[in-house]
Write a protein that binds this ligand. Structure first.
Ligand code: PLP
Length: 710
């Protein structure tokens, strides 16, 4: 089955390749490809919010024709197109020693969200970016993988901050035809629509596809005519708070997703679940085998040996638990088709320590997968403790839950100017070998002045962008002067800048730095060595405590006593994340101890020379080496943990960070600071890359799972 062709009636023949390029997200992690779109019309590129499909569609023929007649442009075009075509021709699988195409067994990757680019808003936070980065890296590494997810026409939340600091959500529906997404068509040229098996009343999904380099991501869309309104709304929002609708989402993702792969004739030998939301996919795999004549036990055994489950959170609210009667309502005709009784079926989702609480999706995924991992060493340890009850016969450290620490897709998160600087000193081809720590030793060759100037340029870019956004809001929306101040109009690029951007889940303690307001005000308003802070982040629409923390921060920004030195940037999304992780001086992370499974935004910052100031948790427990940033957070029993942590944080800022940052030599370069920047880049970039991560998945799980023969 095919995807619809991209019809750009306005594209001259000589530039036809732009259509192919725009239709594959490969462009998003290749700056030279993005430049190709930008070169045509800088303004239009910006106005399309970096969405090539939309931009080309809206451009007058005249402009495209003039590009088609511009020799310099065509030179650039031909080079990028040949790189793209070469990339897309790659075939085979090195770790299975297979060179041919269609016979290579593949992995189906399931995730409820994907963070790929800001023009495709199908993510809420870190889990989504991890999935997006995983797909991009699997493409770069030629891992035979296909992915399944949701089309969320209304995205997550478009955040608008009211004058009183309360977060409002603004509706904004994605124009599916103006993004790098295409309909999957059947032989009659119509979009494929699949009925989710055995679920009554029936639910249908239409199928879309995003090409992520060599990896195809299939998206399920319930917003189609044939569905009744309740069903149409299943994929409207990520993580809906309505428990029944949430269950229906997970049924659609897991069972519907498997059915879609079957309908499209996509064979897969293994399944990788990114979090437990899609765990029903494993159930459906068992059912398919039972239907083919295997006993339940045999089917279970096959499915277990070829299933990989990555769990992502130690926070109980992160694990979905559904009331048994809801499960019964949707699955009463399902368990017979597995050859199971009601009770044995329900037992699959029971948490042995709290059997009455309901059907636990994590418990289900753990029971149906052989290959299980947490997303950092520390998180795996905590997870083994949490789920020891499922393996009561072994000691806790023998619980079969391994770890693969998260990583970020380096070509996506490295700032292009920084990349150019590295190109100059690391030698050609370094990016192809970026998980090799030796490559990064060349960081020492970069003169301090050049690295500092590049960083400083990025900081100016960030602060200019924030100010310009706020100015536009002032001009267009007539926001109040105090809202302009909280929007960052008084930000100053010569000041030490701390960045904090993430979801406003309470455990992340966005307001910890406000613990001692007087002490903070002194730091902000210091005559000679002040600091400033830039915040961004969204609270889940149902999370009132999160919204209150957000409101508290926005009000603080408006308080004249903080001197305009704290800003809150509205509507945190991928583009703002890029600006922030590239442009601040220090990346702050202060969740409650043992609550952050890994965290990834700090890795993005570290890669760009922005050192991490963080609770010693998640990835930072592995990354911190005493020279590449700062760590705090000591568990104190019977103490006020917030106070202990805040105290430690203030102390590091006052005694270490500020003196180092403002200590310049005669040449106006803070050499001691640049030393930390360099250490941050070289020690973290290779280790916390998605390349290292995907290779670890291959080594620990994928090879084994794909080599199973039944
Ligand atoms: C990286 C990223 C995240 C995840 O950040 P954490 O460190 O895991 O909190 C969330 N949102 C966006 C937009 C990101 O780019």
């Amino acid at each position: 089955m095919d995807s619809e062709p991209n019809l750009f009636s306005n594209l001259p023949q000589r530039l036809a390749g732009l259509g192919d390029l725009a239709a594959n997200l490969w462009w998003s992690w290749h700056p030279e490809a993005r430049m190709l779109f930008k070169m045509i019309d800088r303004q239009a590129w910006k106005e399309s919010v970096h969405n090539p499909i939309k931009m080309i569609r809206d451009l007058p023929c005249k402009i495209l024709e003039s590009a088609a007649g511009d020799r310099e442009y065509l030179r650039h075009y031909d080079v990028v197109l040949s790189q793209f075509n070469k990339y897309m021709e790659k075939k085979g699988c090195w770790f299975l020693n297979e060179t041919s195409g269609p016979d290579i067994p593949s992995i189906a990757y399931f995730s409820a969200e994907y963070g790929l680019h800001h023009s495709i808003p199908f993510y809420a936070g870190g889990l989504g970016f991890l999935a997006g980065d995983h797909l991009k890296e699997c493409s770069d590494l030629m891992v035979p993988l296909i992915a399944v997810g949701f089309m969320y026409p209304e995205g997550y939340v478009r955040q608008l901050i009211r004058e009183d600091g309360w977060q409002e959500s603004m509706d904004q529906t994605l124009d599916r035809d103006a993004a790098s997404i295409s309909r999957v068509l059947n032989e009659n040229g119509q979009q494929v629509v699949v009925r989710v098996p055995l679920i009554e009343p029936s639910i249908h999904v239409a199928v879309w596809k995003i090409a992520v380099g060599l990896v195809d991501l299939y998206l399920l869309d319930t917003d189609i005519e044939i569905n009744d309104p309740w069903n149409r709304g299943i994929s409207a929002h990520l993580y809906t708070g309505d428990i029944e609708q949430r269950l229906r989402q997970e049924i659609v993702l897991g069972i519907g997703g498997s059915k879609v792969l079957g309908t499209l004739g996509i064979k897969h030998a293994a399944v990788h679940l990114n979090e437990g939301y899609a765990a029903f996919a494993l159930m459906e795999r068992i059912r398919e085998r039972v239907q083919e004549g295997l006993s339940y036990e045999e089917a279970l055994n096959q499915v277990r040996r070829t299933s990989i489950f990555t769990t992502h959170t130690p926070v109980p609210a992160g694990h979905d638990v559904f009331p048994f009667q809801l499960i019964e309502k949707y699955f009463y005709s399902y368990w017979p088709s597995l050859g199971l009784s009601r009770d044995t079926f329900l037992q699959l989702g029971v948490h042995p320590e709290t059997p009455d609480t309901g059907f636990n999706m994590t418990a289900l995924a753990l029971r149906l997968s052989k290959h299980i991992n947490g997303v950092s060493k520390q998180h795996a340890k905590i997870t083994r403790g949490m789920w020891h009850c499922l393996w009561p016969d072994v000691s806790e450290n023998k619980v079969p839950i391994d770890h693969v620490t998260n990583g970020i897709h380096v070509p996506t998160w490295i700032e292009p100017k920084m990349e150019l600087l590295f190109n100059k000193y690391f030698g050609a081809g370094w990016l192809d070998d970026h998980d090799n720590p030796l490559v990064w030793e060349f960081i020492e060759e970069i003169p301090d002045e050049e690295l500092w100037k590049t960083h400083y340029w990025l900081k100016i870019k960030l602060i200019d962008a924030i100010r310009e956004r706020t100015r536009r809001r002032w001009f267009k929306d007539r926001i109040s002067p105090s809202a302009a101040v909280s929007g960052g109009i008084l930000m100053d690029h010569s000041i030490l800048t701390i960045g904090f951007a993430r979801r406003f889940a309470s455990y992340k303690r966005a307001d910890l730095i406000f613990y001692d307001m007087e002490r903070l005000k002194k730091l902000l308003n210091d005559r000679w060595r002040p600091i400033q802070i830039i915040f961004a982040g969204k609270a889940h629409p149902d999370d009132d405590p999160g919204k209150r923390i957000l409101q508290k921060i926005v009000s603080a920004c408006k308080n004249p006593e903080v001197g305009g030195r704290i800003a809150f940037v509205e509507n945190y999304e991928e583009q703002i994340a890029q600006y922030m992780v590239h442009g601040v001086d220090v990346w702050l992370n202060n969740p409650m101890l043992n609550m952050e499974a890994s965290g990834t935004s700090g890795m993005k910052a570290a890669l760009n020379g922005v050192p991490h100031l963080s609770i010693i948790d998640g990835w930072w427990k592995e990354g911190y080496n005493g020279k590449n940033g700062w760590a705090f957070g000591e568990k104190k029993e019977d103490d006020d943990q917030d106070r202990t942590d805040a105290e430690a944080m203030y102390q590091i800022i006052e005694e270490k960070i500020i003196p180092l940052y403002y200590r310049c030599s005669d040449d106006s370069i803070p050499h001691a600071w640049v030393k930390i920047m360099k250490e941050s880049i070289k020690s973290n970039a290779p280790r916390f890359s998605a390349r290292r991560m995907v290779k670890e998945y291959i080594r620990k799980f994928y090879t084994d799972a794909l080599k199973e023969t039944f």
